[in-house]
Design a protein around this ligand. Structure first.
Ligand SMILES: Cc1cc2nc3c(=O)[nH]c(=O)nc-3n(C[C@H](O)[C@H](O)[C@H](O)COP(=O)(O)O)c2cc1C
Length: 254
């Protein structure tokens, strides 16, 4: 059983039955009952229960109170989201462990399709320089081969820090579903920004991972998972004065 209901504590309100996405709960003699079946362990029954009558063995049920996003000031939030920039210049100040943990927690709590939670976070750590070298070698080789056919490639200077820009922290986000991995990354980016850090998504690293078996081996990419993003993180060595412009919003109202 992935969900247990304490019949002593259950007050028979039915809130868990109503909120279960897969109809795994029913009312029986004034108490909620579990018919496990299609349970995806989303934890809504646990989270919604006013009597704390639900437990989920094997998961960390902390009884931590909720704090709604609506408590945040939406104007401040929107302004901060619009002010966020991709950072490509970093100081060498390391990222504190407590900040790293907050970034990972943000990624962990994002929604995943079917609550699959297959998103994995790989911190390059002691292998960061080695991983960057593999990417640099790959791109330099590619440049030699392709430059005669594409003049702009000749102008790109692939320095030794072309991929990670001297940033102290790199997290590779991999998942079975690209959507899940991308959503987790976005949560993590917002958290990193709120901690005074800057983020670069290295799409170039992602390309390298799809070409290089050596790189996939180095990051221990699990079978069935793909590199969704590579998040290059550190303290920004650049400050922006105004919000960057955007193209016209594309909205359809049908
Ligand atoms: C999936 C993805 C991959 C990206 N890859 C790179 C990259 O390899 N190198 C780079 O300099 N910027 C990369 N970027 C950053 C984009 O160029 C940047 O988001 C865009 O220019 C808009 O700038 P802004 O993020 O400051 O608003 C990437 C962004 C995303 C979302």
């Amino acid at each position: 059983m992935s969900v247990l209901i304490d019949r002593e504590k259950c007050i028979g309100c039915g809130l868990c039955v109503k909120d279960c996405p897969n109809a795994c709960l029913t009312m029986n003699e004034g108490r909620a009952c579990v018919n496990d079946g299609a349970c995806i362990q989303c934890g809504h029954c646990y989270a919604v229960c006013p009597g704390n009558a639900v437990s989920m063995p094997g998961l960390n049920c902390t009884d931590e109170p909720v704090r709604a996003m609506s408590e945040l000031d939406s104007d401040t939030l929107l302004s901060a989201m619009r002010s966020r920039r991709t950072i490509r210049q970093f100081t060498d100040q390391p990222v504190e462990e407590e900040k790293l943990i907050k970034i990972l927690q943000a990624g962990r709590y994002c929604p995943t399709g079917g609550n699959s939670q297959t998103v994995e976070f790989t911190i390059l750590g002691s292998r960061q320089a080695e991983a960057e070298q593999i990417c640099v070698d790959l791109f330099r080789t590619g440049q030699k081969i392709a430059a005669p056919f594409a003049e702009f490639l000749q102008r790109i200077n692939i320095t030794d820090h072309f991929f990670f820009k001297g940033a102290p922290l790199v997290i590779v986000v991999s998942a079975r579903s690209a959507v899940d991995g991308a959503l987790a990354s976005s949560y993590m980016e917002i958290m990193a920004e709120s901690l005074g850090l800057g983020v670069l998504y290295s799409g170039f690293f992602r390309s390298c991972a799809s070409f290089s078996a050596k790189l996939r081996k180095l990051i221990h990419l699990a079978p069935g998972k793909q590199v969704v993003t590579c998040m290059v993180i550190g303290y920004p060595a650049v400050k922006y004065q105004r919000i960057a412009p955007r193209k016209e919003m594309q909205v359809k109202v049908l």
